[in-house]
Design a binder for this molecule. Structure first.
Ligand SMILES: [Zn+2]
Ligand SMILES: [Zn+2]
Length: 303
């Protein structure tokens, strides 16, 4: 099953040095989940050959402009391009009022339905689930209410050992039950042991998205053991006081989070405009957590 994330923006606050503010596109089993939607997100999707029309779910972490100012443009374009299937938006409650005001004054009546889910920023909870993935909120510590999102794959059905099934002439209509892990008692008294004909599916993986936040151990529990952690790393650690003031994290701290929660891989992003190049931020994080990568525009990471 595909489970990967493509980075559409890596900048904090403003677009600069060919870096866009935050947005990411998660592909889980060929269903597409947009995480944050900064200004320029549409252009980034086009640039990297990704289809906005395939997005059915949008998750917005908080209402600072560098995380959602691209939303109205994207929603309008989908309308103009003839979208009719519903679109789900998981975001702070006020997003509905903000968008409806813009639609009202532009006399826009969307051809498709927008389904809003108002995130409760006070508690970590599962806000979405389908056959592929579940999404749990992560309560971050920022200047305004801000939630991250942890995407966890659903456990897949067991894998059939087709050759063995055919060799023993097991009826094909029993395959679905075997996939679910059931042992089968046949009318003739024989038992088909599941373990003889199937193997376990891969362990489900998880992707935790943390932006923007102060370094705060309160959210560590909800991201513990994640496979890939995206964590903001706005500053180098020499700017720790500025990071605290603005409720952001340094590259060193992001790496400490990854190490503390036992993540397998760390992606860092949300870089301040004071950094023209990013290698120092990467090097700093790698002193603590070697498996760190820069989450920069156009890169796709397997979770
Ligand atoms: Zn931000
Ligand atoms: Zn922010």
């Amino acid at each position: 099953m595909t489970f990967e994330v493509t980075i559409l923006g890596s900048s904090s606050a403003t677009p600069i040095f060919n870096r866009n503010p935050t947005s990411q596109l998660l592909n889980c089993n060929d269903k597409f989940y947009l995480i944050d939607c900064a200004e320029g997100t549409q252009q980034q999707l086009i640039k990297f050959g990704l289809k906005a029309s395939k997005i059915d779910y949008i998750f917005i972490s908080h209402l600072h402009g560098d995380h959602y100012f691209g939303l109205i443009g994207l929603l309008s374009s989908l309308h103009l391009n003839g979208r009719i299937k519903p679109l789900h938006i998981f975001a702070p409650k006020a997003i509905q009022e903000i968008l409806e005001l813009q639609f009202k004054h532009s006399d826009t009546n969307l051809k498709y339905e927008l389904i809003y889910f108002a995130i409760d920023p006070t508690k970590s909870e599962v806000i979405f689930e389908n056959n592929d993935v579940s999404v749990q909120t992560i309560i971050l510590n920022h200047r305004i209410p801000c939630t991250g999102f942890k995407f966890t794959e659903k456990k897949r059905l067991r894998k059939l050992l087709i050759e063995k099934l055919e060799q023993d002439e097991i009826p094909i209509e029993l395959y679905p039950l075997l996939k679910r892990g059931v042992d089968l008692d046949l009318p003739n008294g024989n038992v088909i042991k599941n373990i003889d004909y199937t193997t376990d599916s891969a362990t489900p993986k998880s992707y935790a998205y943390c932006s923007d936040t102060l370094y705060d151990s309160k959210y560590f529990e909800s991201i513990r053991g994640c496979d890939t952690l995206y964590h903001e790393a706005t500053f180098l650690h020499e700017m720790i006081e500025r990071a605290k003031e603005t409720h952001h994290t340094t590259a060193l701290q992001a790496a400490e989070v990854a190490q503390t929660v036992g993540a397998k891989k760390l992606l860092i992003g949300h870089f301040s405009s004071r950094y023209k190049t990013l290698v120092e931020l990467l090097d700093e994080a790698r002193t603590v957590f070697p498996k760190t990568e820069l989450a920069i525009e156009g890169l796709t990471f397997e979770i």
